[in-house]
Design a protein around this ligand. Structure first.
Ligand SMILES: [Zn+2]
Length: 303
């Protein structure tokens, strides 16, 4: 998201925005600004940037005590580190103005190049998957075609729900061992082992190429519900054999019919479902993001 400081400066400069950046042209430079974790970032692309230019840029940055910067193709990425308080937007504006002045005076006849093909043609800023880029008309057409193709492929990808389900079940099987160990050594805390079924289930579903979609999430959940139940019951059987000191199925059935034992198993299954539900919904957000991962190219919008 965009924080107010970057948004305000973007507005002052008549920039436009994607979901995460403000971007625009200043004289002959393509500029974008965005927030990071404990930092603000300024990217500036000039028509060209040779060794002398880089030295001049370094001098300007150092005179303002800006230490963190990286070189981009014909550009520089400056990171303004924020410790405890936000970095002054005025200082960012000042260095931006200074750099733009430098490049516009040094290369007055040139404009910023297409960031994709490097040609100097008619360029416009587009948000490509929410990242702003300066590209020419040809590259715009190419991107549009590629993105449409990719999106169609993703939508038409085979569902593979059955394989995904099998994968989720198979991968979750080692979870039973974990549940058994938890039950033997930690008793009531066995419910925590339910996390592993969700984790392994998602992994197995993906490995078996199950399609990420709402139905896919439902299938992962179904596999989890099954395997958690099976895991607890198998773990109790092992525990009972262990206490009996022998593997006797008649005795096992006798013990399992005891109301107290059934209650105990019921409580453990309920606790496991509770734990796994919380974890599943945390994971579900990630799955949802992957599912929503439709590629896009569009003009930037007003701030
Ligand atoms: Zn191009």
């Amino acid at each position: 998201m965009l924080w107010p400081g970057v948004k305000k400066l973007g507005k002052e400069l008549n920039f436009k925005r994607t979901d995460f950046e403000v971007a625009g042209i200043l004289k002959n430079c393509f500029v974008k600004l965005y927030d990071g974790r404990n930092m603000k970032v300024l990217e500036l692309y000039a028509p060209q940037m040779d060794g002398d230019d880089k030295n001049d840029v370094i001098k300007k940055l150092e005179s303002r005590k800006i230490k963190k910067y990286d070189w981009l193709s014909n550009g520089v990425k400056i990171t303004f580190v924020e410790i405890l308080k936000p970095y002054s937007m005025k200082k960012i504006r000042d260095i931006l103005d200074e750099l733009v002045k430098y490049f516009s005076e040094k290369y007055p006849e040139q404009k910023s190049l297409c960031q994709h093909c490097g040609e100097e043609g008619e360029t416009q800023i587009y948000g490509i998957n929410n990242v702003s880029m300066l590209i020419c008309d040809n590259c715009y057409r190419q991107y549009t075609r590629d993105i449409e193709k990719e999106n169609t492929e993703q939508t038409n990808a085979p569902n593979n729900f059955l394989f995904g389900f099998i994968g989720a079940i198979l991968f979750a099987i080692p979870g039973i061992v974990v549940t058994t160990l938890f039950l033997i050594y930690l008793e009531r805390l066995a419910g925590i082992s339910a996390l592993i079924y969700v984790f392994l289930g998602i992994l197995g579903y993906k490995k078996f190429k199950g399609k990420i979609s709402p139905a896919g999430a439902g299938i992962i959940m179904l596999a989890g519900i099954l395997m958690i139940g099976i895991g607890i019951i198998v773990a109790y059987c092992v525990l009972i054999f262990r206490e009996l000191g022998q593997i006797d199925f008649d005795l096992l059935l006798y013990v399992l019919r005891e109301p107290e034992v059934q209650k105990e198993i019921g409580i453990n299954i309920a606790l496991s479902y509770l734990v796994s539900a919380v974890y599943f919904f945390l994971q579900f957000r990630q799955l949802f993001r992957e599912w929503k991962n439709i590629k896009s190219i569009q003009k930037l919008r007003e701030i």
